[in-house]
Write a protein that binds this ligand. Structure first.
Ligand code: 6PG
Length: 243
């Protein structure tokens, strides 16, 4: 699969370069549309980028936080301050350190908000419709990670959500802990203006090599390869992941 890949010595250099891309897209979005909507990814890899964003903002206050809206590409169906929550990770790395209005942090709901993951998914879809209007949202930036078996967001191999054509958000059962999750579907992820995949560490070597070896002539067997937005797709990888 053709992948516009940027290779970096380590997670620090990768995160700095990815943050530069985020801030450039932010400048363009605020200039053109008066606001910047980013879908954040969870897991371990993006934490450094979020920390650097907070540190750089502390130094140069470049980010117009009143114009920035944070969304999530997926979330575990756990209480917001649970150690497994992607929101909690982002709050600790970024949100708690910058002057972003609370109303601009559009966390995916959990058991604190809705009794079931299905109701939470419907609730988040309503929040997206309220913000973006009726057409499938086009995030200015969508950050996506890569699981060792090729998942991205919480779209896992063979999942029905991969074939979804209507819903923007779905509740899914993941084959990893915790199993109950919410995820944006390809209906939304394939609209992204700028998609940044972040993959770091030797444990991603095999899946990255498999994705790069795939033919363009047929659909990818991995969810990360099935996200084919009309907008730019950049892969930020470190040397350990590239092997
Ligand atoms: C999640 C993430 C998930 C993640 C990949 C990679 O909720 O876990 O959104 O899609 O991006 O699993 O995770 P690491 O960055 O921890 O390797």
């Amino acid at each position: 699969m053709k992948m516009d890949t940027r290779v970096f010595a380590d997670i620090d250099a990768l995160s700095r370069a990815a943050l530069d891309e985020v801030l450039c897209a932010m400048d363009d979005a605020v200039k053109q549309r008066g606001r910047f909507a980013i879908a954040l990814s969870g897991g371990r890899t993006p934490a450094k980028l979020y920390q650097l964003w907070a540190e750089s903002d502390h130094r140069n206050a470049r980010t117009p936080w009143d114009r920035v809206h944070l969304f999530w590409g997926d979330e575990r169906y756990v209480p917001r301050m649970d150690l497994l929550s992607n929101y909690r990770m982002t709050r600790e790395a970024l949100i708690a350190h910058v002057p972003i209005p609370e109303g601009n942090c559009h966390a995916m709901p959990g058991p604190d908000d809705f009794a079931t993951p299905e109701a939470a998914a419907e609730g988040y879809e309503s929040e997206l419709r309220e913000f973006f209007g009726p057409g499938a949202p086009a995030f200015d930036i969508q950050l996506l990670g890569l699981g060792i078996e090729g998942h991205t967001a919480s779209l896992f191999p063979g999942a029905p959500a991969l074939e979804e054509k209507e819903r923007w958000v779905m509740a899914i059962e993941a084959p990893v802990r915790p199993p109950q999750r919410l995820t944006l579907t390809p209906v939304v992820l394939n609209q992204g203006r700028n998609t940044l995949f972040l993959a770091a560490g030797a444990d991603k070597r095999e899946i990255l090599s498999a994705l790069r070896a795939e033919s363009e002539s047929r659909p990818s067997q991995y969810p990360a390869g099935r996200i084919r937005p009309a907008g730019r797709v950049l892969w930020f990888v470190d040397e350990a992941a590239l092997g």
